[in-house]
Design a protein around this ligand. Structure first.
Ligand SMILES: NC(=O)c1ccc[n+]([C@@H]2O[C@H](COP(=O)([O-])OP(=O)(O)OC[C@H]3O[C@@H](n4cnc5c(N)ncnc54)[C@H](O)[C@@H]3O)[C@@H](O)[C@H]2O)c1
Length: 441
């Protein structure tokens, strides 16, 4: 049932339904850009604001820096004026609905750094007029929308649910995932009031197949943290299982595959060299920080962080052990690292465990090259390394080929046939069977 919306809310609802509304998107990164494109493709007039002028200029020229948004999709929207890109928030003055998708990193002590949210909110507040809907999508601790955004938007007497409408809706996009794109991933929405929630539901209902309403912004904020904590904890569990299986002389991959045949009550996760990206290493800390303020120490989060955070060192030890078996040391060995992105199919190296592993191998004296078709160069351990081309890489020339990211380009057949020694942390070569010169995590 539709809650009472008032005159302003009813007008906004109509504009959202007939798609004559202008949608503003603040922060045009992995999350904001696909969203802006989604709204523009659905017929909305969209204004995107990114505070990074270089990025804004690139986007305004119709060039996409985000893998999930091909330039071929972006350019016609920009050229037709359906998607305008700017670098300052005054461009949001005519936006009926504004979605905020800015980064939420950690501070030095792993505390939430919501300075980007605050800056974005200040920008929105400076142009806010009655009848507007604002939705925060950035992952953050429960309470942010009500405690940080609402006071800024209700300055001057604007009332939530009557004059302005405020909601939280976590983004669940999975960069590089071709099966689950924006429109197909159900969208959770919590509003400051029922009218706020209803309007946010209406907005997302235009581009997303299923919208899942929850009772408050805090619940919506918590849903996202729970989802990512769930992943972090389960990855930690399977990483520990990998360590245990090695000690007990069995393949963790065989154990997982067999366990996954259980048709209920089990969900397979994969071990790997550690977790990376903007979300998994950070989001659980938003929850533990908030929980600590409430006088409770969240134990699973700390445990998972310890195990996942130890995986890069574990991989370095496996590499050293594998070379040792060949009567070689890390020092002086030629090592080729395959993949520096934090996961397959993307070029994102934020918090990638590969950087820590490379730094450690370099510090131990390895002669190291890397290859990542999506990352042209990386700065690590005081050096700038440039990717070697996969097609021209002489795998046999290396003492060890260390696969960290299972990009599709790294064909297992070639790896197994050409490399002299392989450490495969992703089980990319598992499909081909067992080989004496291939070690798996
Ligand atoms: N990347 C993911 O897979 C993913 C998935 C789900 C949720 N999230 C969450 O979504 C949020 C955004 O993540 P992302 O990966 O898109 O980040 P990103 O770094 O790719 O993009 C954020 C963009 O916001 C811009 N920005 C920063 N401050 C701004 C401001 N005040 N005004 C305008 N623009 C500003 C930056 O220049 C950048 O281009 C984070 O909270 C993240 O945790 C990310």
């Amino acid at each position: 049932m539709t809650p009472p919306l008032g005159a302003l809310g009813a007008r906004l609802e109509e504009r959202l339904r007939n798609r004559s509304a202008t949608v503003g998107v603040v922060g045009l990164g992995y999350v904001g850009l696909p969203l802006a494109v989604g709204f523009a493709r659905a017929g909305f007039s969209v204004v995107g604001v990114d505070a990074d002028p270089t990025r804004a200029t690139l986007l305004a020229a119709g060039t996409s820096p985000v893998e999930d948004v091909p330039t071929a999709d972006l350019r016609p929207l920009v050229e037709s004026g359906r998607l305008r890109v700017r670098s300052t928030p005054d461009a949001l003055a005519d936006a009926d609905a504004i979605v905020i998708c800015v980064p939420t990193p950690l501070g030095k002590s792993k505390e939430p750094d919501i300075s980007f949210i605050v800056a974005a909110a200040e920008g929105v507040a400076s142009v806010l007029r009655p009848g507007r809907l604002i939705v925060l999508e950035s992952t953050t601790y429960p309470g942010t929308t009500d405690e940080v955004l609402l006071p800024r938007f209700s300055k001057g007497g604007l009332r939530a649910g009557e004059d302005i409408f405020l909601a939280f809706s976590p983004e669940r996009i999975d960069p590089g995932n071709r099966t689950w794109g924006l429109a197909r991933i159900p969208k959770v929405v919590g509003g400051v009031t029922p009218a706020c929630r209803h309007l946010a539901q209406t907005l997302y209902g235009q581009i997303i197949e299923q919208v899942v309403p929850v009772s408050s912004t805090q619940v919506a904020e918590m849903v996202k943290l729970f989802e990512n904590t769930f992943r972090s904890v389960n990855i930690a569990l399977v990483n520990e299982l990998a360590i245990v299986c090695r000690r007990l002389g069995m393949s963790v991959w065989e154990v997982i595959d067999a366990a996954a045949t259980k048709p209920f009550g089990f969900m397979p996760f994969s071990p790997g060299p550690g977790i990376g990206g903007h979300c998994l290493p950070s989001d659980p800390h938003y929850l533990s920080w908030r929980t600590r303020l409430a006088g409770y120490e969240a134990k699973f989060i700390a445990f998972a962080d310890e195990i996942n955070g130890g995986m890069p060192d574990y991989v370095v030890e496996l590499a050293a052990g594998a070379l040792n078996e060949q009567t070689k040391s890390v020092k002086g060995s030629r090592i080729l690292v395959l993949g520096v992105a934090y996961k397959a199919g993307v070029g994102d190296i934020r918090d990638s465990p590969a950087l820590q592993i490379i730094e450690s191998l370099l510090a131990r004296g390895a002669h190291l090259d890397y290859c990542d078709p999506r990352v042209a160069q990386v700065a690590v351990g005081g050096q700038v390394l440039k990717s070697v081309a996969w097609d021209h890489a002489d795998l046999a020339a290396y003492d060890l080929v260390l696969l960290l990211t299972a990009h599709a380009e790294f064909t297992p057949r070639r790896l197994v046939d050409e490399a002299r020694l392989v450490l495969d942390t992703r089980n990319a070569t598992g499909v081909l069977g067992e080989f004496r010169h291939v070690i798996r995590i």
